[in-house]
Design a protein around this ligand. Structure first.
Ligand SMILES: NC(=O)C1=CN([C@@H]2O[C@H](COP(=O)(O)OP(=O)(O)OC[C@H]3O[C@@H](n4cnc5c(N)ncnc54)[C@H](O)[C@@H]3O)[C@@H](O)[C@H]2O)C=CC1
Ligand SMILES: O=C([O-])CC(=O)C(=O)O
Length: 253
């Protein structure tokens, strides 16, 4: 499977360096606004730094976006209308209902698929399983360091409290997990974002209550060295998804 990347930053670097020896995943094309980043990663993987985006789409089987919400809006319609599948990391973009409906239609009409990795949280398997069984309430509390949230404070502070659809607008690079959870359970979930000088991890706590019972998950992520906003688990979940395309027996759904 030939894969083209949109975005050659923290997530892309982990994905590429971790799959170099994987015979089923061939990351061949590297696209970034910052051409030097594309060239650096292309040279590690012996691939091509892309100038012509449309040509890249023609030459790959799948496009993996790990760039920005605006790149999803710009490129997803092109990729999906060409019949290529797409993995999206900047999932916040899909909280816009009109955009979600539009790319769903494009994908359906062109026999292409959109894959959203679980990203930087655990628990989506359970949430999906219970989502149609009278799920009453889902809450996410995200706690990050001042460095991750780009703040200079010395005591804990609640930066946001509200719905996921508003959280992704205010924090487009920090709370894609809220969008993923919302899409998994078809509910605009409750989100609280806390900046905490006493943590050095990106912590996401999910609690869900419904007719099935109740669950809580806590994910305490190490941030990526190259981008403290982003957790390593986000990149690892994308690798896991890429590998799952070749599995005969699928576990964990
Ligand atoms: N789904 C999830 O759980 C998570 C999603 N993310 C999201 O994944 C995306 C990538 O994250 P990182 O690798 O940490 O970011 P990064 O900032 O390290 O790298 C992003 C790269 O994409 C490039 N880029 C941005 N917009 C572009 C565009 N329109 N066209 C071409 N290149 C563009 C930038 O120049 C940069 O090199 C971000 O949107 C981030 O918010 C991050 C963490 C968790
Ligand atoms: O990586 C993380 O911990 C979460 C994150 O940035 C996001 O959801 O956008």
């Amino acid at each position: 499977m030939k894969v083209g990347l949109i975005g050659c930053g923290a997530i892309a670097n982990i994905i590429v360096t971790s799959t170099l020896d994987d015979e089923n995943i061939e990351i061949t094309h590297f696209f970034d606004n910052d051409v030097e980043r594309a060239e650096n990663l292309a040279s590690i993987a012996n691939g091509i730094a892309v100038i012509d985006f449309d040509k890249m789409v023609r030459e790959v089987d799948l496009v993996l976006e790990c760039a920005s919400p605006s790149s999803v809006v710009e490129y997803a319609p092109k990729v999906l209308s060409s019949g290529r599948d797409m993995i999206i990391m900047s999932i916040g973009a899909l909280m816009d209902k009109e955009f979600y409906t539009s790319i769903s239609k494009i994908a359906k009409d062109n026999n292409s698929r959109v894959h959203l990795p679980s990203g930087a949280v655990v628990g989506l398997d359970g949430l999906k399983a219970v989502s149609n069984f009278n799920l009453h309430e889902v809450n996410l509390v995200t706690r990050k360091s001042p460095k991750s949230l780009g703040r200079e404070i010395d005591k804990e502070e609640v930066l946001f409290e509200g719905k996921a659809s508003d959280a992704v607008k205010e924090f487009p690079y920090n709370i894609n997990v809220a969008a993923t959870i919302s899409l998994a359970c078809n509910m605009d979930i409750n989100v609280k974002i806390i900046v905490d000088p006493n943590v050095d991890r990106n912590v996401h706590e999910i609690s869900a209550i419904g007719d099935f019972g109740e669950f809580k998950t806590t994910t305490m992520n190490y941030p990526c060295a190259a981008n403290p906003k982003t957790s390593m688990l986000a990149a690892l979940s994308a690798i896991n998804l890429l590998r799952s395309f070749n599995e005969t027996i699928s576990v964990g759904f």
